[in-house]
Design a protein around this ligand. Structure first.
Ligand code: ADP
Ligand code: ZN
Length: 187
């Protein structure tokens, strides 16, 4: 059996979760056994499902670390391993994907390829390198309506600063999709 790694990347609102859910559902229709995971940090919506911005869902298990996935899958029979918001996982996720693919499993990861500063996002560039298939999706730029490859972070309506902490106490934070030209980071 031929294992493989697929990764779906792009900015926020590109349809990454939607595409992951579509691939999970197709596998389930084919009566393949799917194990799906997401990091607990992502509690935008329902804790036990992968949810897209347009309301599509697939059941999953929320975990804190790659080690928890390892423990969960170790004595289970399965065909497809799906991981959403993979940018929030620790380095161990790379080896896990590699080992499971080597065993003949199909792995699909989905996540942001760049952070709000447009820099490569943690393990995602590594996963893109070792993957057999990379799908890079675009959203719609909220300024000029051209294809968006980046995620704009806005703090109280203003472009975020490069040095901003991840959580700004008392600030209203928003994210929107933007193209290279319209994306702004204050130095
Ligand atoms: P991602 O996982 O990449 O954040 P989702 O799959 O959760 O994306 O959401 C994709 C959906 O978001 C689209 O189908 C569309 O309905 C909606 N959407 C909202 N804003 C935008 C935008 N700027 N560009 C594209 N889609 C958008
Ligand atoms: Zn633009």
């Amino acid at each position: 059996k031929n294992g493989s790694i697929e990764i779906i990347v792009g900015p926020m609102y590109a349809g990454k979760s939607e595409e992951l859910i579509r691939r999970i559902n197709r596998a389930r229709i084919a009566e393949l056994k799917v194990l799906a995971f997401k990091p607990k940090i992502d509690n935008r919506y329902n804790k036990d499902s992968i949810t897209s911005h347009n309301g599509k869902q697939a059941d999953c298990v929320a975990v804190d670390a790659s080690q928890e996935i390892l423990e969960y899958i170790k004595d289970k029979e399965y065909d497809l391993l799906a991981i959403d918001e993979v940018q929030f996982f620790d380095e161990g996720i790379v080896e896990l994907c590699q080992l499971e693919a080597d065993k003949g499993k199909r792995i699909i990861c989905s996540g942001l390829d760049m952070d709000f500063r447009a820099e490569p996002f943690k393990v995602v560039p590594q996963l893109m390198s070792i993957a057999e298939h990379v799908s890079k999706l675009t959203a719609v730029c909220m300024v000029c309506k051209l294809p968006a490859t980046r995620t704009q972070r806005l703090v109280n309506g203003q472009p975020a600063k490069y040095s901003d902490p991840i959580i700004l106490v008392g600030a209203k934070e928003d994210y929107e999709a933007r193209c290279r030209k319209c994306h702004e980071v204050i130095e």
